[in-house]
Structures are given as C-alpha cells and as structure tokens.
Design a protein around this ligand. Structure first.
Ligand SMILES: Nc1ncnc2c1ncn2[C@@H]1O[C@H](COP(=O)(O)OP(=O)(O)OP(=O)(O)O)[C@@H](O)[C@H]1O
Length: 113
C-alpha cells in the first residue's frame, strides 16, 4: 500500500518538475485559497472551489500521462499522436475555463463584477 502511495506521489512530483502548467495551476490554487480566506467564502463555496481545483490539477496530471505515453509510443510526427495530445490538452482547457466560471460566480459579486 505504501509502495503504491509512493509511486503516486512520485507521479505528482514528476508533473511538478516537468510541467510549468502544473506550477501555474498550483500558484492559482494558492491565490484562490487566499482570496477565499480574505472574502470569508461560505462552506459550499469552499466545496465548489475544492472540486474545481482538484479537477484542474487532475486533468493536468492526466494530460502529462497522455503526453508521456504518446512519446513512449512514437518520437515521430503522427496525426494520431497530435490528436491524442491535443485532446488531452483540450481537457485541461475545459477544466480551466470551468475554473474561471466558478471563480467569477464566487468572487465576481464580491469584486463588484
Ligand atoms: N509525435 C507527435 N506527432 C504529431 N504532433 C505532435 C507530436 N508531439 C507533439 N505534437 C503536437 O505538438 C503539441 C505540443 O506537444 P508537446 O509534447 O510539446 O506538448 P506540450 O503540451 O507542449 O508538452 P510539454 O508540457 O511537455 O512541453 C501537441 O499538442 C501536438 O499538437
């Protein structure tokens, strides 16, 4: 069990070491938590923020897994490799847009937007 946990942790650390986007997402997460604390958001809003942040980070991790898997399969240009990576990146984009929407609904009114 501990071995599996260590392997999963190694996967997260790999993402942090190699993916600048993961660092950007984590920075945004810290900013959102700070804003939530500053504006004293409601418990249900913390739930929405937590789910949203988790989705974005998980999507980025899956995106990294897809990239590495495609690179393992081929180092050459292949239309399917492009599609696989583009779709995985698209999944991250979808979660990021959702995160912007959630942030807008929660912080927008407090910022007078
Ligand atoms: N083997 C390939 N064949 C065809 N297109 C590819 C291939 N590898 C990458 N691409 C294209 O280049 C884009 C960027 O690929 P890359 O592997 O650099 O992803 P990335 O998101 O920039 O990853 P990283 O965060 O590691 O830099 C992909 O979204 C895809 O459109």
């Amino acid at each position: 069990m501990l071995v599996k946990f260590r392997a999963a942790l190694a996967g997260v650390l790999y993402c942090l070491r190699t993916q600048i986007n993961m660092v950007i997402h984590l920075t945004a997460m810290v900013a959102v938590i700070g804003a939530g604390w500053y504006f004293q958001v409601q418990p249900w809003e913390w739930v929405a923020l937590t789910i949203t942040i988790t989705l974005v980070l998980a999507a980025e991790a899956f995106n990294t897994a897809v990239e590495v898997t495609v690179n393992l399969y081929t180092g050459k240009y292949h239309p399917l490799a492009r599609i696989a990576k583009d779709v995985a990146a698209g999944a991250v984009l979808i979660t990021a847009l959702g995160a912007v929407a959630v942030a807008y609904f929660i912080f927008g009114p407090r910022l007078g937007l």
